[in-house]
Design a binder for this molecule. Sequence first.
Ligand code: GTP
Ligand code: SPV
Ligand code: MN
Length: 601
Amino acid sequence: MSTVPTTNRKLMDWVKEVAKLTQAANVYWCDGSQAEYDRLCQEMVKAGTFTPLNQKLRPGCFLARSHVSDVARVEDRTYICSQAKEDAGPTNNWADPNEMKTMMTGLYSGCMQGRTMYVIPFSMGPLDSPIAKIGIELTDSAYVVVNMRIMTRMGKAVLDKLGATGSFVECIHSVGAPLKPGQKDVAWPCEPDPAKKYIVHFPEEQAIWSYGSGYGGNALLGKKCLALRIASSIARKEGWMAEHMVILALTSPAGKKHYVCAAFPSACGKTNLAMMQPSLPGWSVKCLGDDIAWIRVGEDGRLYAMNPESGFFGVAPGTSNQSNPNAMKTIVKDTIFTNVALTPEGDIWWEDMGIPAPAKAIDWEGKEWTPDCGRKAAHANARFTAPAAQCPVIDEDWQNPAGVPISAFLFGGRRPSTIPLVNEAFSWEHGVFMGSSTGSETTAAALGKAGVLRRDPFAMLPFCGYHMGDYFAHWLSMAGRTDRSKLPKVFFVNWFRKSPEGKWLWPGYGDNSRVLKWVCERIEGTGKAVKTAIGNLPTADGLDLSGLKTTPEDMKQLLAVDPEGWNAEIADISANYDKFGAKLPAALKKELEGLKQRLGV
Ligand code: GTP
Ligand code: SPV
Ligand code: MN
């Protein structure tokens, strides 16, 4: 687009100002068309950023390999720059917004030399939704543009909706790798020094400044930055919720449909649950979203959830026809793969893809790879970017601007011990307690050590844009915004229990439908439960285990209350709660005390 396709003065001025600061060689306004997408993909093929895959095997698909320093979210480089430090709370990195802006203005100065600055108008949420939010991302990465086209509603229609006076979330992104005249570009430009990457949020101004990384949530600013960190802070003020949750629809053999939201930390099973193929005959799961839900009280008093995204940025390793056949069908065409392996046929491969490893391949670093070379072929946080519309089980209401009414919230994480397979909260407050005390082993989705247990309240530890204590209070406050009987029931699930030998106790994936069935039965008032100190657990015959090979001893462990484990759990929850000081809601202290009393510890 050569002429400026907007009459929005604020937008025009801001684009000019950033182009001047960054000294971009060109400014390009994205129209969001297929032709534009195709052209950018071809340009990236020429530049070496994209490898086209075999067009017979994977039509319209490309592979990108990132720089080795740039493979996941960088939580220690992520900041919430609220005016007051107190408003960011103890779980966020904070810096003074003015000081941060001065420092980053220095970084941005001349940072797009020799590069095009793309203007990406995008909407989080369907364009016709009254609760959709418009953002404009300025970026020097064509990889970001094509990913944003899949992940968001992007292009001209957004500018039309914005009009002359509409407001938008300002998102600035640079890979931080200016090109001197004549300098040859690299396949994945970025700032290789981890200490110079910055993912920064200014919640009061609704602005996002990102520098140095081109990967995932660090660079696709509509996702974690806007739809979770900035949106959560807006949601608190406006009385709604922005959550790290899947939205799925579950239909019983009798034809009864329930919508469920589930919050699990990164790489803990959301995409897999969202589009699972139930192993129980007659049950069906339809997907509405796999990562983020915006939730508000509807006119009938129920909570309605809407997915602000339009694509999946899913974990590749572990995705197979056995574990997630619907994801495999989603990525047959028009998909971008990042950091997976390339086979000699020009197809993709990753660990636990359910097909034998190729005799040789090119690994995610671009090196020759053989099955016995001792290295993984795909990075553990390798991802696919695919349009949600391609998912064979996408729900008919996935773009409904009003969202869908939620019957249950699930929380969960990777817990090898103590936490049972499923546990129903006694009340809304008990459910909020469960969400607030969520713990999980860390994963490759963020840079840092994987497999370490940490508290990740509501799976929002890296994504809550304000004080976590206030966030707990906000969750509790939902009970005052509607009739309690209309609130979703709350459950805690754990697909990741292990035997002492380190084997999974529960088969997971499609067999998680057995737990979902019990959840539906509890919603409908027919599920069989036993009241325990920690919550309502299924009775021995409460779960439908027909056709399952899991032994009765393993089932017993999966549904047991382990007093010793809970003792340690309570100590860890208490220690985490201590961080929030006076901001810890009294209702949660009471829940913790109640749990201690019931357990007799
Ligand atoms: P983000 O996109 O990072 O937010 O991750 P996610 O929560 O969507 O996780 P995803 O569904 O992509 O799963 C991450 C990893 O967990 C994959 O390697 C899966 O194979 C594995 N996984 C998912 N569900 C299960 C399960 O029920 N059991 C077991 N054992 N592994 C699972
Ligand atoms: C996550 O880490 O939770 C993701 C991937 O969904 S990213 O978009 O990189 O944040
Ligand atoms: Mn996620």
